[in-house]
Write a protein that binds this ligand. Structure first.
Ligand code: GLY
Length: 442
């Protein structure tokens, strides 16, 4: 009976826990979590609560339970070197070492790597450590994106038109970031439609999983502040309706070249997930950023569709033999809707912000899948935290049915919560298609 350690406590990890425990090999799951996720706990033989920077606690828990391998869900433990610490005690991990996780944790590392190895997809960009030359470069760009280097929890990137308007505003923001000691990547803003291409990588072989589109904005119609992601969909053909057939191949080719470049650059194979945030533009597919893990919510779209035994997938990633395994996904549509506290993403002085810590009731979600995220299970019930609470996923032969299942599931969560009704609707998808038609002029 394989013993597998899962690190992480979100809905993405709940979906990972489900994928692990549905294996034919009947594994025993051991979970190390920052806070108690009731969904993961219910699937685990044993859980331990602790900090993702406590390498001793994590390795101790792994040794004590004779773990065969670990699956690392979020970016924080990757950035803290959890894979490295486990490797030192001969426990392999699905999740890159600290150095290789720079793919996500250092945006300048990835932009420079893509440039150095002449891989397509980069925007015009420059990395700055002082304000010298920033103004001149800002003047060269049509639209501007500012990215502080390092992990920013998805909140550090500032985009012209969303977070600031003029070049003067941009210069002030650059001064602030550089004054704080962080280096800064200034880059060209792309116009287009984004998609998530999550790939499995064993260091040599890169395998694509179905494409997903996430919805970052808090409110329907893509309005309001950016969030960690309010929901996502995928389609039975594993592509996106606004892409040209070549686009998926181009994104995958970029990821293949980046995997090869990582091996050349560091001498070590990248074992884990390379999640490319891509954007289809009038000039083809461009790279926004990489994450060194599955997406959240995107993991909830693709893991339930995986037909191949996930424990086998992990073993092949670790052994470097992904080329020997046929990895298959069901050809179904998925719609994931995050149920969030009403106050999620709103300023602290907003009247709805008070809803954050309230109690919720979860009724029958029908045919939908339910993945817990930031909820606090107390003796007297389930409580919201400040963050996304529950991912509800509908899976069906077509998008309309998948959305209906997700909508019915969402309605079973009672309390001061909110969600985006428009995710997975034909109208929203048509908007994406029309946007691409307009910018491609076809
Ligand atoms: N879907 C956004 C993220 O996982 O970073």
């Amino acid at each position: 009976m394989p013993k597998i350690l899962l690190i992480g406590n979100g809905a993405r990890e709940h979906a990972l826990a489900e994928a692990i425990t549905r294996s034919q090999q009947k594994p025993l799951l051991f979970s190390f979590m920052k806070s108690n996720n009731p969904g993961i706990a219910s699937l685990s033989a044993k859980t331990m609560l602790g900090s993702y920077s406590d390498l001793q606690a994590i390795t101790g828990f792994a040794v004590e339970n004779k773990i065969e391998f670990a699956v690392i869900g979020p970016e924080d433990p990757l950035n803290n070197g959890v894979a490295d610490a486990l490797a030192k005690i001969n426990i392999p991990a699905v999740g890159p070492t600290k150095s290789l996780a720079r793919l996500e944790t250092s945006k300048s590392f990835t932009r420079n790597l893509v440039s150095k190895y002449n891989i397509p997809g980069n925007p015009q960009f420059k990395v700055f450590t002082t304000i010298n030359g920033v103004e001149a470069f800002l003047n060269e760009l049509e639209g501007i994106v500012l990215k502080p280097d390092g992990l920013t929890g998805g909140k550090g990137v500032q985009v012209q038109g969303d977070h600031f308007e003029t070049k003067e505003d941009a210069l002030k923001l650059c001064e602030q970031v550089l004054g704080g000691g962080s280096s800064l990547i200034v880059e060209e803003k792309f116009d287009g439609e984004e998609f998530s291409l999550q790939c499995l990588c064993d260091g040599k072989t890169v395998v694509a999983t179905p494409l997903v589109q996430d919805h970052k904005r808090r409110f329907d119609g893509d309005k309001g502040p950016n969030t960690g992601g309010m929901g996502s969909y995928s389609l039975p053909d594993h592509s996106m309706p606004f892409l040209k057939p070549k686009d998926l191949g181009d994104g995958l080719e970029i990821t293949r070249q980046v995997a090869a470049a990582l091996l050349k650059e560091t001498g070590n194979p990248y074992k884990g997930v390379m999640y490319g945030g891509f954007i289809a533009t009038k000039n083809g597919v461009k790279l926004l950023e990489y994450n060194a893990r599955f997406g959240d919510p995107e993991a909830m779209n693709i893991l339930p569709l995986l037909k191949t035994d996930f424990v086998e997938v992990c073993r092949h990633i670790i052994a470097g033999t992904l080329d020997k395994l046929k990895i298959e996904f069901e050809h179904k549509a998925t719609v994931c809707k995050y149920v969030v506290p009403k106050g999620y993403g709103l300023p602290a002085d907003h009247p709805d912000a008070a809803s954050s810590k309230a109690r919720i009731e979860v009724g029958n979600v029908g045919k939908a899948r339910l993945y817990y995220s930031s909820v606090d299970k107390k003796e007297d019930g389930l409580y919201l935290s400040a963050s996304r609470a529950i991912g509800i996923v509908g899976i069906a032969g077509d998008l309309a049915e998948a959305r209906k299942i997700a909508e019915e599931g969402v309605k079973a969560v009672k309390g001061p919560v909110a969600y985006r009704e428009d995710i997975g609707t034909e109208a929203l998808i048509q908007k994406r298609i029309d946007h691409m038609k307009k910018i491609r002029k076809d």
